[in-house]
Design a protein around this ligand. Sequence first.
Ligand code: PEP
Ligand code: MN
Length: 342
Amino acid sequence: MLVVMRHNASKAEVGRVVGEIEDMGYEARSMPGKQRTTVGLMGNDGRVDSARIAGLPGVLEIIPVTKPYKQVSREWRSADTIVEVGNGVRFGGSEVPIIAGPCAVESEEQILGIAHQLKGMGASLLRGGAFKPRTSPYSWQGLGEEGLRLLAQAREATGLAIVTEALDPDGVDLVAEYADVIQIGARNMQNYPLLRRAGRCGKPVLLKRGMSATLNELLLAAEYLLADGNDDVILCERGVRSFDSHTRNLFDLTAVPVVQSLSHLPMIADPSHGTGIRDKVIPMARASIAAGADGLMIEVHPNPPTALSDGAQSLYPNQFSELMEQIRVIAHAIGRSVRGST
Ligand code: PEP
Ligand code: MN
C-alpha cells in the first residue's frame, strides 16, 4: 500500500502516518518526491485496513499495491528508474548503453586488447567473468581475483565501466571493490542470501532471469535487492529453457515490454546467452533494441574459437562493430539513441 501525501503536507503529518503504520505492526518507508511525499507500507502479507490512515491529516490518497512485489512495481513508482553506473552511463533513459566483452577474463592481453577495441566501437561497459558459474565442476572456473584486477586495469585504460559476476554472498564485497556493476547470474537468481548481500553492497546490480524463472519470480528476486536498500537494479532477459534444441535457450523477447509495464526498473537483453549461436545473436540483438530494451549485453571475443567459455556465441569484433552501426539506426527509428554513437 502507498500513502500519497498532499503537496503541502507538513513533516509532522508525514511523521504521523509513519507512526500509525508502525503501530499497526508494519514497516513504513517515507519517500520525499518533487511534488509530494509518499509513504510505502511494507511487511504485510495480505490486505491492510487502510481506513485508519486514509482519515489522517495531510493524506491525499491511498494506492493499493496489488502485486506480490512492491517496491519494484509500477504501482509503487510510476516513473522509470534511471540507474547510473560508475562512468556516468545511465540505464533506463532514452540513451541505450551497450555492455560488451568476453564471457570470461582469460589474460591481460585478451581483456585489455578487446576493451580498447570495444571502446572504439561504442560500447559503454566491459563485461567479463572472473568467477564463472560452470555447469561442470571440471570446466575452467575463471581467474578469480586476478581477473578482477585485470578488469580494473581495463577500466583504467579505457574508461569503460565494469560488469562482472559475484557467485556467492561472501564474494560480493570482493567483486564490489573492483566492479561498477555486480552481476547476479541466471543460476543464482533465487539465491536469496546472495541477493540480500548484493542489496547492501553499495553498487548497482545486474540481475539476470533464471533459466526457468517466471517474470513474477524475476521481479520478486529483484524485490529482495530493493528490500535490502539497493534501488539501483537492472534486470536482464537471457533466455529460458524450452523443448526446442535449435538454440541454447528460448530468448523471450516479450519479457522486455512485459517487465517494463510491470516495473519501473530498466530491462536489458542478452541475446548471446539467449540464443547461444553467434549468427543468431545479431538478429536478436537488433530485435531487442526494436522491442525497447534499455541496454544490451553482448559477448565479444578477440578470437572466439579459442575462447575458454561460450566461444560459439561470442561475436568477432568486426561483427560487433557492424551490429553497433545497425542498432544505432534502429534506436533512432524509435526515438532513442545508442550511447557512444559516433
Ligand atoms: C554470463 O553472463 O556469462 C553468464 C554466465 O550468464 P547467465 O547467468 O545468463 O548464464
Ligand atoms: Mn557466457
